[in-house]
Design a protein around this ligand. Structure first.
Ligand SMILES: Cc1ncc(COP(=O)(O)O)c(C=O)c1O
Length: 397
């Protein structure tokens, strides 16, 4: 059963943190292991997922998109329809419940696109906890709507004007805060990254996506899908939908952000172009220069703009179980517009990367195959940015 007791997925993972943080991580791991087997906790979580988040999220057959794309039958797992607009809430609710059980009064989060920040602020409000969210200044600008949402929900948003002013820098600051305040705070990491037990815990909270998909696909179509496609930033929506299918004959594809080129600083294709290293408490794959300095990254989507990736993905890549590919800013933008026009669904720019790859596969297929895309979030937060990139609303053709 992955990970092992030290938090390793094969040779990736572990707990590379200052000694002062070890007691907090051990406390979290112990509490999580206890609650994972506790029927009452699981029932409470299920109730919140159903009545508060609105699960289960539908599995929608995108008929017009499929018809236009080629031979594929393309299905969308509609995480965009969750309360707060993305898959992030599956994890933050679980972790907020855990924090409450541990007697913590305050949640700390890092955020890129702002979706994890909004989902954490939401869970904090629902459980009466204080909330501080760290966000890079560049991300605050391009995801302004989510900054207002977090503030409206009662969270304090602390802008980070360091480094590339994106998710990596926000995560550094959130860790600094956690080290100072763990006696009364819980850090809600938003992806399958960070030191053990986070990659395991976040995966488990997100695996509800894959479990639902398995049942829904069986009921709607019979059998298993041929292929499941998800975008990969840190990797939580992908891990959540892949995990229940790891032992099945289903092709699993993770789509990273290819950005605007292959030169350093122009993309954030960590698994495709990075190498081994330690970032934010775990040994994984990482974009770094020859001196081990973490490189700047670029993506049109703030949620994929991260130089690291979860250790379980690094291991799945090494084992050859999951293939990781890249889609560029342009391809994601084209897919964004296509999904709007063909299906009346405005996707998050992150999810648009996965849609783009589905369209690419569909165009090359010689026989019919079923492709499931994890539509990880909705695109309201991106509307302003996309309008700017397209040179105005209505110029999407
Ligand atoms: C809608 C959406 N999809 C995907 C991601 C990427 O995160 P992950 O790879 O952990 O799913 C984000 C991150 O902010 C997001 O907001």
């Amino acid at each position: 059963m992955y990970p092992d007791e030290r938090g390793y997925f094969g040779r990736y993972g572990g707990r590379f943190v200052p000694e002062t943080l070890i007691p907090a991580l051990m406390e979290t791991e112990e509490a999580y292991r206890e609650l994972a087997g506790d029927e009452k906790f699981q029932q409470e979580l299920q109730l919140y997922l159903k009545d508060y988040v609105g699960r289960e999220s539908p599995l929608y057959f995108a008929s017009r998109l499929s018809e236009n794309a080629g031979k594929a039958r393309i299905f969308l797992k509609r995480e965009d329809l969750n309360h707060t607009g993305s898959h992030k809430i599956n994890n933050t609710l679980g972790q907020a419940l855990l924090a409450r059980k541990m007697g913590k009064k305050r949640l700390i989060a890092e955020t890129g696109a702002g979706q994890h920040g909004v989902a954490t602020a939401t869970a904090a409000a629902a459980f009466g906890l204080e909330c501080t969210v760290y966000m890079g200044s560049k991300d605050m600008e391009r995801q302004r709507l989510n900054v207002f949402r977090m503030q409206m929900l009662g969270a304090e948003v602390r802008g980070v004007k360091k480094g590339s002013e994106t998710l990596k820098d926000a995560t550094n600051e959130a860790f600094r805060d956690y080290i100072r305040s763990f006696e009364y705070s819980h850090m809600v990491i938003g992806s399958v990254v960070g030191p053990h037990p986070y990659p395991m815990m976040v995966r488990d909270f997100q695996a509800v996506i894959g479990r639902e998909l398995r049942r829904q696909f069986q009921e709607q179509e019979g059998g298993l899908p041929d292929c499941i496609i998800a975008c990969v930033g840190g990797g939580s929506n992908a891990m959540g939908i892949f995990y229940p299918f790891l032992e099945d004959p289903v092709k699993l594809l993770g789509v990273e952000a290819g950005g605007c080129g292959t030169a350093p600083g122009q993309h954030c294709a960590t698994l495709s172009r990075g190498n081994d290293g330690v970032l934010h408490g775990a040994f994984s794959r990482l974009l770094q220069d020859e001196y081990g300095q973490v490189m700047d990254t670029h993506s049109i989507s703030a949620g994929l703009d991260y130089p690291g990736v979860g250790p379980e993905h690094a291991s799945l890549r090494e084992r050859g179980r999951v293939d990781y590919v890249q889609m560029s800013d342009r391809e994601a933008l084209d897919a964004f517009v296509q999904l709007c026009r063909m299906e009346g669904i405005i996707p998050a720019l992150e999810s648009a990367h996965a849609v783009a790859y589905a369209l690419k596969i569909a165009a090359a297929l010689e026989e019919e195959k079923s492709l499931v895309v994890n539509l990880s979030g909705r695109g309201d937060k991106d509307v302003e940015e996309v309008a700017r990139l397209l040179g105005g609303v209505g110029n999407g053709n």
